[in-house]
Each structure stands twice: as C-alpha cells, then as structure tokens.
Design a binder for this molecule. Structure first.
Ligand SMILES: CC(C)(COP(=O)(O)OP(=O)(O)OC[C@H]1O[C@@H](n2cnc3c(N)ncnc32)[C@H](O)[C@@H]1OP(=O)(O)O)[C@@H](O)C(=O)NCCC(=O)NCCS
Length: 189
C-alpha cells in the first residue's frame, strides 16, 4: 500500500492531510460557502444546502480513503495556516500505478498560481512514490481548471463526450482528460 507524507511543504503553501474535527469542518464549510459562485458550476456537491455536517462527513471520508490507500486528500494552507482549499490524489490504483488529481481553491485565493504550486507538490510526492501516470479531468467549459494541467505540461488525451450529468443545468458535460507520465515528469526535473 502507498504510504504518503502527511505534510507536503511548498514555497508559499503547505499541503496537510485532511482530518476530521469540528473546527476543520467549520473552516471547510466557510470557504465552500464563500466560493459557491465559482465552485457550483463545476462541483455538483457545492450548493447553498451544503452544511457543516456535510463538511464533517466529507473529512471523515477523507480519513477512511487515506487509511485504505485509495485516496490522499490534502488541505491547502497558506503560511499563516489559513485553509485555502483542497487537492486530492484520488482513485489510486496500485497495480497500474496511476491516480487522478482533483482540486478547488477558495475564491479569494484564485488567480495567484496556488493550484499549480499544489499540483507540483502532489507530482513530486506521488511520482516519487512510484506512481507512473497522473490524470486531471476538467470540464471543457472550465478554462481556469484546464489552465492548470496545460501550464504544467500535461498532454490532452481527448474529450469524453457527454461524460457527466450536470443537475443544475440539466444537461451532459464534455470532459477533458489530461495526463502526465513519470517519464515526462523526470525529463523536466
Ligand atoms: C480551477 C482553480 C483550481 C484554479 O486555481 P488557481 O490557483 O487560480 O490556478 P493557477 O495556479 O493556475 O493560477 C492561475 C493564475 O495565477 C496567476 N498568478 C498570479 N501570481 C502568481 C504567482 N506568484 N505564481 C504563479 N502564478 C501566478 C497566473 O497568471 C496564473 O495564470 P497563468 O498560468 O495563465 O499565468 C480555481 O479557479 C477553482 O477552484 N475553481 C473552482 C473549482 C474548480 O473548477 N475545480 C476544478 C474542477 S475540475
């Protein structure tokens, strides 16, 4: 089973293993609520009805995924330990040595290069642990999200047509699949 570091330190941010506590659930919920306008078009769970209990349950799930080695969910913290958002290494497949990255950042922190920094920290940790392939899925309409893998040299493998049902808009969404291989990562070290 993959044993990942609980703390990944970057220049401006730190990624810290997400753990459940009432205080963390409050902070998580506060940032989600603050950012609904930017989150809700892309993340189905981000609605006005999302409660602190939902945040707590989510964090509980994060802990369970970590224990099983199938998902590594990190809180993104700034130098003052303010909670900024989440980045996760998800759907970890040990045999195939692959995983997916999912992310969101609270609106006040968008447009400052923080997510690219966070993705680089995940790449360093997990390619370092033997992962061979990292995938990032983005809605084709979500330009800010696609910008992250594009800027970091991921290859656009294709578009999954009508892959996700968007409840809010009552229509299917097309999804980009971006990937980076360990060989490509190592070439650019
Ligand atoms: C998508 C999302 C994660 C992007 O986060 P972000 O932190 O703004 O993304 P980036 O790290 O790419 O930063 C973007 C810009 O910061 C700017 N920037 C400002 N200061 C910077 C610095 N010191 N260093 C680097 N970039 C900086 C850059 O112009 C960069 O854009 P560029 O690469 O085109 O030049 C964020 O908009 C979000 O959470 N959206 C809602 C949820 C969502 O869509 N999640 C993804 C679902 S697939």
């Amino acid at each position: 089973m993959i044993i990942a570091s609980e703390t990944l330190k970057g220049q401006r941010i730190t990624l810290q293993k997400a753990v459940k506590s009432f205080e963390m659930a409050q902070r998580h919920n506060q940032e989600v609520k603050k950012s609904l306008a930017e989150l809700s078009p892309w993340l189905g769970w981000a609605t006005q009805d999302y409660t602190i209990e939902d945040s707590y349950e989510y964090l509980q799930g994060c802990e369970q995924e970590w224990e099983k080695g199938i998902g590594f969910n990190y809180m993104i913290l700034d130098e003052n330990k303010n909670f900024m958002g989440m980045i996760s290494a998800l759907n970890v497949k040990e045999v195939d040595k692959k995983l997916e990255i999912g992310y969101w950042i609270s609106s006040p922190f968008v447009g400052k290069g923080y997510m690219q920094e966070a993705v680089k920290l995940i790449e360093k940790e997990f390619f370092g642990l033997g992962i061979n392939r990292i995938v990032i899925h983005t809605d084709v309409l979500n330009k800010k999200s696609a910008n992250v893998p594009q800027k970091l040299g991921y290859v656009l493998e294709g578009i999954q047509r009508q892959s996700l049902w968007n409840k809010k808009e009552q229509r299917y969404r097309d999804i980009n699949t971006f990937s980076k291989l360990r060989s490509e990562y190592e070439q650019n070290l």
